[in-house]
Design a protein around this ligand. Structure first.
Ligand SMILES: [Fe+2]
Ligand SMILES: [Fe+2]
Length: 252
């Protein structure tokens, strides 16, 4: 069960100039929709928002962000991929911030279907990735994670905090009231992630390559868009489990 204090989020990393914040959970009844998690990176009082989501959670995310930074200071919104739970609020976010949107080049022409979008504010991420400079000495890395599950899909790695935002990778689906913030017992967590990864991820060859890439990065935390965060031993356990998973076309 998630503590009521966690409705306000948690600071996952903090130094004098830099923060990586989990923005908590919405306390509205969400039995009919997939629960999402949003994150905020602040560097020298400039903000980067990760997968802020759609209409349904807009008010919650705006109030969560506003606890940490003024909306005027959000310079970048990163979308891992094109799904509605990630990016369907784009027109509202463009309206209340001055941010530029970073998303896979595959999805740029689809975003206007979510509302009126100024294409000059969209920065397409090329297939082999990019970096986003957020201050004089801070840069975020857009790490390719294609076909996991979207064909144009990116993770965002923050080298300062060593946190990898993994989008849908690592996502869990909890029973109502059974949520937790960090994975403590990976074996118990597997039933919550197995169905999603088997059906949505493209193939074992694809997920294996991603696991190798993430092992090389060696993040301290893997922070997905749904479910719970991985740190320490649970990262190793998750990567070992995923790299051996038969999924997608392996099973169809
Ligand atoms: Fe998705
Ligand atoms: Fe998602």
């Amino acid at each position: 069960m998630i503590d009521v204090n966690d409705v306000n989020g948690r600071i996952l990393y903090e130094d004098d100039d830099h923060k990586f914040i989990w923005l908590g959970v919405d306390d509205v009844d969400s039995s009919d929709e997939i629960q999402t998690m949003q994150y905020l990176i602040i560097d020298h009082n400039r903000g980067v928002l990760l997968d802020p989501g759609g209409v349904h959670i807009f008010a919650h995310v705006v109030s969560a962000v506003s606890r940490y930074i003024s909306l005027d200071n959000i310079d970048v919104i990163f979308y891992s991929h094109q799904d509605p739970d990630v990016s369907s609020g784009i027109a509202m976010w463009l309206g209340i911030t001055k941010a530029q949107i970073h998303i896979s080049s595959l999805w740029v022409r689809f975003l206007p279907h979510f509302g009126i979008v100024d294409s000059k504010r969209i920065v397409p991420i090329p297939d082999d990735g990019s970096t986003i400079k957020i201050s004089e000495n801070a840069e975020l890395q857009c790490i390719p994670a294609h076909f996991m599950h979207s064909p144009g899909n990116f993770n965002l790695y923050d080298p300062k905090s060593k946190i990898l935002f993994s989008g849908d990778i690592g996502a869990a689906v909890f029973d109502e009231g059974k949520e937790y913030v960090f994975v403590e017992d990976f074996a118990q967590h597997v039933p919550l992630i197995e169905g999603f990864h088997k059906r949505y991820m493209a193939s074992n060859s694809i997920v294996k390559k991603w696991c190798e890439r993430v092992r090389a990065i060696n993040p301290k935390i893997i922070a997905p868009q749904h479910g719970a965060l991985y740190a320490g031993e649970s990262i190793t356990e998750f990567l070992n489990w995923l790299s051996n998973l038969k999924c997608g076309v392996d099973l169809m």
